[in-house]
Design a binder for this molecule. Sequence first.
Ligand code: NDP
Ligand code: GDR
Length: 380
Amino acid sequence: MSKVALITGVTGQDGAYLSELLLSKGYTVHGLKRRSSLFNTDRIDHLYEDPHVNNAKFILHYGDLTDSMNLTRIIQEVQPDEIYNLAAMSHVQVSFELPEYTANADGIGTLRILEAVRLLGLTKKTKIYQASTSELYGLVQQVPQSETTPFYPRSPYAVAKMYAYWITVNYREAYDMFACNGILFNHESPLRGETFVTRKITRAAAKIVLGLQDCLYMGNIDSQRDWGHAKDYVEAMYLILQQEKPEDFVIATGVTTRVREFIRKTFAFLGVELTFTGEAENEVGIISAIDSARLTELGITEGEQLKIGTTVLKIDPRYYRPTEVELLIGNPAKCDEKLGWKPKHTLDMLIEDMASSDLKLFQKDQLLLKEGFGILNYFE
Ligand code: NDP
Ligand code: GDR
């Protein structure tokens, strides 16, 4: 009998990679997706199976973390061996604008799943993975951050996730459930949501070199993040639920990088050298060299504004957060020792993957525009 997994947040970045991984291991995968007025399954369309076919291995259900009855019914129907609770309002800055909803979905949503498993009498059958986050560490207490570092959350998102973290620990201890937190540091990919910083940068850099965008507007480019590749991180999620004992794990690379360095490396990959000048809100990024051979190698038809001396990056305080998390660097000692997990991608490999994927995406748009089909109309 193949194992059965239920993934909440299946339409998100991690949901897509985790579905691929579990299907490749022979699981039957049930996914919870939200109703939306437009299709929201782009990231998992390649996994779609016609529901009219018998023995489908990938099955989607409408659901929402704010609806207890819906969650209880689906868990009852699916009888999962493993639940991966990945659904969340996951944008830190947006959580300042939607604090109550974030608390409901990200905090109480986790309780709803744990309680459903308990009430349905599945505590001995169903293992639960909770998507916890390095944002819990917030204001720097000690670095590198490990499983024993104290939490100091700095956003409504992080505070909601802190509730989710502790309620997972509490249900494990109170009801002897196999419920674990993966405290994952930032992980990115070509499937990353467009408004997270890495994807915003790789998209903008690709558009700028193709002449489809003039300028990239950024917030705090001095914060530091421990960035890994989402493909590697979903393997860690799986491994956490395959352990003998339920435990919480930090998943990180152990390397931290400033946002400005991510920007510099992305442009460099695309053949453009950026130099930063000025202070604070007046800081700008200016093109200081162009590697024409590299542009040709990448098939880039240079945009007209791609000239030395052009300003392509400005700071917009609109993107500053009311409270910022300045420095994240994880200590991966425990996941290395107990899970045997190590990241396979370096930061340079991640940037290459993301920037080449976005370059291809916008080269297609450039071609369509040249042939008179469509207009560029992306909200940033
Ligand atoms: P995404 O934002 O890409 O995906 C979030 C998913 O949750 C989407 O499928 C979204 O649906 C769904 N969702 C949002 N609100 C609800 C709701 N109320 N009910 C049901 N589904 C909902 O996030 P990631 O894939 O990057 O992250 C996965 C999880 O891991 C999240 O919980 C995130 O907070 C956490 N995390 C992420 C890290 C990262 O660096 N990526 C690091 C640490 C933790 P829709 O597609 O309809 O919007
Ligand atoms: P983060 O990711 O807040 O770490 O949360 P994000 O990519 O949004 O920000 C990283 C850092 O970049 C700075 N920054 C900007 N961020 C965005 N989004 N847009 C900008 O224009 C910009 N300019 C500078 C931010 O201030 C921040 O310091 C992510 C999410 O996936 C969470 O769900 C997850 O829990 C954590 O990672 C770990």
